[in-house]
Design a binder for this molecule. Structure first.
Ligand code: FE2
Length: 236
């Protein structure tokens, strides 16, 4: 049983940090601009630090968790990516067949490769941020053509959730759906950050779960039936 002041070494842990790479030194400010639009809070770093330091929640205690470090892709990794791409003839005539397979999988599922999910406690905030990012992807000279928005509307079946979706400026016309229940996913795919074997893009996932539902996109992401285990689903 947990005590009031648990042993922090043995009993408690949180997700600490993720270190990510952007394409080149010149793209640092562009990467920073996107992170700010996504809602990460910049923590000042001493002069000369080779990375930018962000936290998921600027209002939190920031005790070494919820951190995102971003830095220029190191030289050897850049060379590796380039050798892989040359040998597989990525985006060139004679492209290796596996590339089309990977692209098709990524196009149908933005969660196919490594990605980062951020849980918001306000659907309105996600709606506002995504609208702003989408606009920046069209009109901001730094971000034009660099972001793609993919939306998963809440899977139908819960009255108040369906109603909120119909009223949403972002989700009302969307016909992609989450697998799980009672939440939404907004994906921001960008080529400003690099990951995966092809080193060409990264996906941020913005999540919201409607309060009061124990069966939701994060407790039951595949949306399987929980009835047989005696758990009530999507009931309040
Ligand atoms: Fe995900």
């Amino acid at each position: 049983m947990l005590t009031q002041q648990p042993d922090r070494i043995g009993r408690r842990k949180t997700l600490g940090h993720l270190a990510m790479h952007y394409r080149s030194r010149e793209e640092g400010p562009v990467a920073a601009k996107l992170l700010e639009l996504l809602g990460f809070a910049r923590v000042p770093s001493p002069e000369g630090y080779p990375f930018y330091h962000y936290v998921v929640d600027g209002a939190a205690s920031n005790n070494g968790d919820g951190i995102l470090f971003i830095m220029e892709q190191p030289q050897a990794l850049r060379e590796l990516t380039s050798v892989i791409r040359e040998n597989l003839k990525v985006d060139q005539p004679g492209e290796h067949a596996v590339i089309a397979k990977v692209r098709a999988a990524q196009d149908s599922d933005p969660e196919y490769d490594l990605h980062l999910g951020i849980l918001f406690n306000s659907l309105e905030e996600i709606e506002e941020r995504v609208v702003r990012i989408r606009d920046a992807g069209l009109n901001d000279p730094d971000l034009r053509g660099r972001v793609k928005i993919i939306l998963n509307r809440a899977r139908p079946g819960t009255g108040e959730v369906d109603e909120r979706m119909d009223q949403s400026p972002l989700f009302s016309g969307v016909r992609r759906y989450t697998y799980g229940r009672n939440g939404i996913q907004a994906f921001v795919e960008t080529d400003i950050f690099l990951t995966g074997a092809l080193g060409d893009k990264f996906v941020f996932e913005l999540d919201y779960v409607f309060p009061g539902y124990s069966d939701n996109i994060l407790t039951n992401p595949a949306g399987v039936s929980l009835e047989s285990e005696g758990t009530t689903s999507a009931q309040r």
